[in-house]
Design a protein around this ligand. Structure first.
Ligand code: NI
Length: 396
């Protein structure tokens, strides 16, 4: 229903728009300049919107089409990272120390392009389409705030029956689309374990209780959770990334503190890892006559695609882009994404869009100070979103 030429024409405009957004990266919940740019573009297209929801003033929610029809949502994240950009691009960040190193500028411009294209055929849409420009994906859990504010359940705009989102993916060539049914990305919980012993002179260890030896034992033992408690065909990661203890070479300190991330792919594994980490730390603390202070910091849930919606994304990619343009993701990745919160509420699918140009043998990874969302990938993202809308609901 939308010719390639129409999408290509929109792409030219979306490139300008992305470059402007790339210049003004802002951190979680501070995306006011970004939100203003998104809203100015919606004004230009002639789409009305809700400017902010409770606890997320930088969110922008819009919808088009007949609200009596089923509503499907398309989501873009809008925040950037505290990174000093090193791309040397003519449109590099104007905000020193902040950068669109995860390519959310590309996601935003793609979704604005989709909004413009679908608006031009609004009276022919088979569904109502809701657009979510969501703040704070990078650790702030903006998606959860939008869920709580009612963007899915009908309190803000029409009730949503399915949701789709995309992410630029450096390991995938431009033109390709990838996803999988079930878990695609991991839950991102963290914990802090503080081992409290009793400090003393390093030459007289029997007079104290050594928290460093204790925390070292725990750091090693935690790895046995994955190898001995997880089903070997399932997957999890525990990484201790911070270890703080001591101030002098010959002194046993009072405490040693470790901080770790625990990644899992199912709600069951998530429950197990929490219990397992605390039990192992507590047992080792007890064996060494130390006290344990344990704090679990809940992160994002695992991003679990609805099998039927993942199948729908695969079918759309293969039939609308080309049979060889879809690569099934063989395995989940252990990174995280707050799109997970939407998928806990309603069916949907998060998919990956290639950003590696064909002439390049490799591409800077996400969150690299040299990462840049590839302009040509926006045409693929736009085409996918548009076809997902136009062919909805999936044939059963
Ligand atoms: Ni991202």
């Amino acid at each position: 229903m939308l010719a390639d030429e129409t999408v290509q024409r929109q792409l030219t405009h979306s490139i300008t728009l992305r470059h402007r957004l790339h210049q003004i990266p802002e951190l979680a919940f501070e995306e006011f300049e970004t939100a203003a740019a998104i809203r100015a573009e919606l004004d230009r297209i002639g789409i009305s919107y809700v400017a902010g929801v409770p606890d997320a003033p930088t969110a922008t929610i819009a919808w088009i089409g007949d609200t009596s029809k089923p509503c499907i949502a398309l989501r873009s994240d809008i925040d950037a990272l505290p990174i000093l950009e090193q791309t040397g691009l003519p449109y590099a960040s104007h905000h020193s120390g902040r950068m669109h190193a995860c390519g959310h500028d590309g996601h935003m411009a793609t979704l604005l392009g989709v909004a413009a294209l679908l608006k031009s055929i609004e009276d022919r849409l088979p569904v109502c389409v809701k657009f979510l420009w969501q703040p704070a994906e990078e650790g702030g859990g903006g998606a959860w705030r939008l869920v709580q504010a009612g963007v899915l359940d009908g309190r803000v705009g029409p009730k949503v029956s399915a949701i789709f989102g995309l992410h630029g993916w450096p390991g995938l060539p431009v033109g390709m689309v990838s996803t999988r049914p079930g878990p695609l990305l991991a839950a991102t919980d963290n914990f802090v374990a503080n081992f409290v012993g009793r400090g003393c002179h390093g030459a007289f260890p029997h007079l104290g209780r050594d928290p460093i030896v204790t925390a070292c034992e725990a750091t090693l033992n935690l790895q046995q959770f994955v190898s001995r408690e997880m089903d070997p065909t399932d997957s999890a990661v525990i990484t201790v990334g911070i270890f703080h203890a001591g101030t002098a070479t010959n002194v046993i300190p009072d405490n040693a503190r470790i901080e770790a991330t625990a990644r899992t792919l199912t709600p069951e594994a998530r429950k197990m890892i929490r219990e397992g980490c605390e039990r192992r730390c507590a047992g080792i603390a007890a064996a060494n006559d130390c006290r344990l202070e344990f704090e679990w910091i809940e992160g994002y849930p695992a991003t679990i695609n609805d099998p039927a919606m993942a199948e729908y994304v695969a079918t759309i990619a293969k039939t609308k882009l080309g049979a060889n343009r879809y690569i099934p993701a063989a395995r989940p990745a252990m990174g995280g994404e707050d799109f997970a919160y939407y998928l806990r509420e309603i069916p949907g699918c998060f998919f990956l869009v290639g950003v590696q140009p064909p002439e390049r043998a490799s591409y800077p990874p996400l969150h690299s100070d040299r990462y840049d969302f590839t302009d040509a990938a926006m045409a693929v993202g736009m085409r996918m979103f548009i076809e997902l809308v136009l062919s909805f609901p999936p044939a059963t």
